[in-house]
Design a protein around this ligand. Structure first.
Ligand code: EPZ
Length: 430
């Protein structure tokens, strides 16, 4: 299995280009089959989750032409098998977006229930509530969610919890329903707005995305479009925290600074300097890091997908900090790994109490999930000595060329897949 081996201690310095947003791209790809015409999508991140979803869509009959690593042409007119099978779902949870797109277009959909993952149980009750409000009959049978409707009629949906996935899935189905749909307490993430803009570029009528009330007027059909995915604010934030943890000076390029406001605010509180440009943000960490308090919230609050990276930075800040995880019930699993690198963190239910230490020491650790894996790499970059990160397939799900981008900023990191390669790296790194 591939691993990252890292020799810590180098401050990250320089500029890094941010790729397209994985969580916007996954929903946009699923929505692309809602027309029988050909859709071109670019600025896709070249990561495992995207490639897995493209495979799942091919499996149900979508015609997909890869123009290059970041661009595809998709034609959904040949989609025939509605059930999205277990194999596809196992590879990529976000196949559940095919529920909304297939239900909207064919008035029936069947997708294997994704089940839980390492950060929580990941229920779909709000997705189902939304589809039922549009008149669909939805049941869970044989481990799959099956939805069908004679007709989809616009309705009024109040989401009990702010849910990115439910907001997007319902928005897709409602785009081709008859009449008006209102989604209240909708998620406001940038990727929700990106999916709405994509659907509108195909002829949908969606207003209010980015606010907590989204109004959709169903249309007969959708047409072709060419669309570019927004930059990934989670990838950008990950590099910003890597700059802070390594006392570096990094400019993340091709970003939308407004999407990073919560991250910027916390880095400023922790003692970093942050400079915003039109499509870039520069983080300079020349002073000792200071403690602060963080609570993860739906956008525009501090993103849960940045929680592990923030904790790693606070783990080597002066003083005692707290990080409260209010979105997922099991998102501190990585703390045990970080403790093996010298962190002094106590997790009480959904709060991590962090007593800053002078620095981390290298160790062999295992990535428990995508964002925690990236956070452990950041810890390794700032640690004294050698860190080996196992199970990096999680990280490769959502970060394009993560090691190469870090190397371009001066990190000593290499992707390896044998003990021999690890020894060679250690010998070279001295
Ligand atoms: C999306 O997951 C992202 N994944 C997650 O990113 C991200 O952490 C999450 O949004 C929150 O921002 C993708 O976009 C593919 P939710 P999603 O529905 O849509 C509860 C990453 O690292 N809930 O907003 O599944 C749920 O349990 C991944 O890229 C219900 O109760 O998240 C959670 O507590 C990790 N019922 C809360 O809502 C439902 O029907 C927010 O979940 C749905 C969700």
């Amino acid at each position: 299995m591939e691993q990252y081996v890292i020799k810590g201690g180098n401050p990250l310095v320089g500029e890094v280009e941010i790729s397209g947003a994985k969580n916007a791209a996954l929903a946009i790809l699923a929505a692309a089959i809602m027309t029988d015409e050909t859709v071109t999508i670019d600025n896709l991140p070249d990561v495992r989750d995207i490639n897995a979803l493209l495979q799942a869509m091919t499996d149900i009959g979508a015609k997909i032409e890869r123009i290059d690593a970041h661009t595809v042409k998709i034609n959904g007119s040949f989609v025939k098998d509605i059930p999205v099978n277990y194999e596809s779902m196992k590879k990529i949870r976000a196949s559940y977006y095919l529920l909304g797109s297939l239900l909207g277009k064919y008035k029936r959909a069947e997708v294997t229930l994704p089940g839980g993952c390492n950060i929580g149980s990941r229920p779909m009750d709000l997705h189902i509530k939304g589809f039922r409000a549009l008149g669909a009959h939805v049941e869970i049978r044989n481990g799959a969610v099956a939805a069908e409707a004679e007709r989809l009629i616009g309705g009024h949906i109040f989401l009990d919890k702010v849910s990115v996935g439910a907001t997007i899935n319902i928005m897709m189905a409602a785009a081709l329903a008859e009449g008006k749909t209102t989604i209240e307490n909708s998620a406001k993430e940038p990727h929700v707005v990106d999916v709405a803009n994509f659907l509108n570029s195909m002829g949908a009528n969606i207003r209010g995305a980015g606010t907590d009330v989204i109004r959709i007027v169903g249309v007969e059909k959708l047409h072709k479009t060419e669309y570019s995915v927004i930059p990934d604010q989670i990838e950008a934030g990950t590099f910003m925290f890597a700059a802070a943890a390594t006392k570096g000076d990094v400019t993340v390029k091709n970003v939308i600074p407004k999407h990073l406001e919560a991250t910027t605010a916390k880095l400023l509180e922790a003692g970093c300097e942050v400079e915003e440009f039109d499509d870039a943000v520069r983080v300079v960490a020349s002073k000792p890091l200071r403690h602060t308090q963080v609570t993860t919230l739906p956008y525009p609050g501090f993103p849960t997908d940045m929680q592990p990276q923030m904790t790693v930075v606070l783990g080597v800040a002066q003083g005692t900090s707290t990080v409260t995880e209010s979105i997922f019930e099991n998102r501190f699993k990585y703390v045990d790994e970080l403790t093996r690198m010298g962190a002094d963190i106590k997790v009480e239910s959904n709060i991590a109490i962090i007593s800053g230490v002078k620095g981390y020491t290298g160790a062999r650790v295992s990535a428990p999930d995508l964002r925690a894996g990236a956070a452990l790499v950041i810890a390794g970059l700032s640690a004294e000595g050698i860190t080996i990160v196992d199970d990096i397939h999680y990280i490769q799900r959502g970060y394009e060329n993560f090691d190469r981008k870090l190397e371009s900023l001066g990190a000593q990191i290499q992707k390896v897949n044998s003990e021999k390669e690890i020894q060679k790296f250690q010998f070279k790194a001295g």
